[in-house]
Design a protein around this ligand. Structure first.
Ligand code: ADP
Ligand code: GLC
Length: 489
């Protein structure tokens, strides 16, 4: 009798520029750390391919290495196999010190300027991923290369440049606004076939777009929420790429990010003065709120604290919050903001804090520990984004019993249930939403949330509802696993 054939374990190589906790500029780092282990739990053999930034080389245990002749360096480039501490996911580190051994961020110098050779730095990363698919490591060869954001966008192109692609490819858009755009003159340095520079290739408004390469050449496209997947097919959110995305609509899926419970759990969070679960949330959050107020010099009392943990970029809509700040404080609220980025917003919030000491607390910084204290100690987390592919802070907030106040866009729509009278009655509400991107609409919703805050029974019910929402990775990982099986047939 013929034996039933067991499905072969699929091997998937995730190509990315960030990995929490070593290299992170935003949500991408969190996701690249959480998704591969979640895939492993679904029976997918996942590995990572990363640039060998010093933070990785310092922390990881290197086990093996191959050396590859590449189009990007005269000498052979080492690709080292490594294990991140505490992880079951092996990582290939593409180790070319002239490209990656720099102090500053993964994409630019400490003063915020992009590295001038980013096209070569990230072309090498993508090229190495394609080489691994082609068998550069004789012991492990991926069936699928899964590339994240523009940094890895050329990987599907290098695969497609071969007559018979060595692996299938999936490209995930975490943010369509960051495109990896370079002048046309860099194209010859990328070592792609000449025909790839064209309307249906990497050419975009007379230049080269790494993001477009991913969108054009990957077998499947995903983005990080179902709503954003629909939005990016419209001119309003498409960043000039909506036409291509509509053309590829059949290949595009929105899969919502999850929350890593080993990283974000109020019951096991060392940053909190008194960790808490759903039963002890009131006391635990009161302790966190008191500590947060001490940290940011806010008055004690029964005022609701509106918290923000965010990059200060036009995407995040925090200019609306700055404009609505007089209404927020006039309504009896306090602001606790942690963020950095746009200089004007940094100055604007710092000046507001100086003018309203005790009511507006601002820390212009990137600080993982304070981020947790804000998320636990605030009553509401404000995310007034103009667009938001998924958004993680509102999901972390829900888990911590902190109610999100968000704009009705992208992943915020898919993760927060607005406290309309009907949703309050049926007890499914978990937060507050406003729609027009105006300070007035935001101020009105802050007022509505402040009124709700004073209705303690209803607020407690919303907190409970928020804390029981399931954002585990298992569900998302199952969707990725199904997509992988489909793409390899
Ligand atoms: P994005 O990736 O667009 O910045 P997300 O909500 O997906 O937005 O993820 C942001 C991540 O970065 C979260 O983990 C958040 O806690 C963290 N973060 C943002 N700003 C800061 C900050 N100033 N200090 C510490 N963590 C921050
Ligand atoms: C991007 C998006 C954010 C998303 C994150 C992780 O940085 O701006 O919305 O949560 O990627 O996917």
């Amino acid at each position: 009798m013929a034996q039933a054939r067991r499905p072969r374990t699929l091997r998937v190589l995730h190509v990315a520029a960030e990995l929490y906790p070593w290299v992170k500029t935003g949500g991408l780092g969190d996701i690249v750390a959480a998704l591969p282990p979640a895939l492993l739990a679904q029976g997918i053999d996942a590995r990572l391919c990363l640039p060998a930034f010093p933070a990785f080389l310092d922390a990881f245990h290197l086990t093996d290495a191959v050396r590859l002749a590449t189009p990007f360096a005269a000498e052979r480039v080492r690709v080292a196999l490594a294990t991140p501490p505490g992880s079951k996911i092996a990582a290939y580190l593409v180790d070319h010190p002239p490209f990656y051994d720099r102090s500053g961020g993964p994409y630019g110098s400490a003063d915020g300027r992009d590295w001038p050779d980013n096209h070569r730095r990230f072309a090498l990363l993508a090229w190495a991923a394609a080489a691994l698919a082609g068998g550069a490591d004789p012991n492990w060869r991926p069936d699928i290369v899964h590339a994240h954001d523009w940094h890895a966008g050329l990987a599907p192109a290098y695969l497609k440049a071969e007559a018979a692609p060595a692996a299938a490819s999936v490209f995930t858009v975490h943010n369509l606004a960051y495109q990896g755009s370079f002048p046309a003159g860099v194209f010859p340095e990328l070592s792609l076939p000449a025909g790839f520079y064209g309307l249906d290739g990497v050419e975009f408004y007379g230049g080269v777009s790494f993001l477009k390469a991913g969108l054009a050449y990957a077998d499947r496209l995903t983005t990080v929420s179902p709503t954003y997947a629909r939005e990016i097919q419209t001119p309003e959110f498409g960043e000039g790429l909506d036409g291509l995305l509509r053309l590829r609509a059949d290949a595009l899926t929105g899969i919502l990010n999850g929350v890593d419970p080993t990283v974000w759990d109020p019951a096991h969070d060392d940053a909190l003065p008194q960790p808490y679960d759903i039963e002890t949330a009131e006391a635990g959050k009161a302790a966190a709120k008191a500590e947060l107020r001490r940290r940011l010099h806010l008055f004690e009392g029964d005022a609701p604290v509106f918290g923000v943990v965010s990059r200060l970029s036009p995407q995040k809509g925090l200019d609306l919050l700055l404009a609505a700040l007089p209404d927020l404080t006039a309504g009896g609220g306090q602001l606790a903001l942690l963020g950095s980025g746009d200089r004007d917003l940094e100055t604007g919030f710092a000046e507001a804090a100086a003018a309203q000491r005790g009511t507006v607390g601002v820390e212009i910084a990137y600080d993982e520990t304070l981020a947790r204290l804000v998320i636990a100690g605030a009553d509401c987390i404000v995310v007034p984004s103009r667009f938001e592919p998924c958004g993680l802070t509102q999901m972390y907030a829900l888990r911590y019993g902190t109610l999100p106040l968000v704009r009705r866009t992208g992943g915020l729509v898919d993760t927060v249930v607005d406290a309309t009278p009907a949703r309050l009655r049926d007890k499914t509400a978990t937060g507050f939403m406003f729609e027009p991107a105006t300070a007035e609409a935001l101020a009105a919703t802050i007022e509505w949330a402040s009124a709700q805050y004073r209705n303690r029974a209803s607020w407690r019910q919303m907190m409970r509802q928020a804390m029981t929402r399931d954002f585990s990775w298992a569900q998302s990982a199952r969707q990725y696993a199904a997509l992988y099986r489909e793409v390899v047939g």
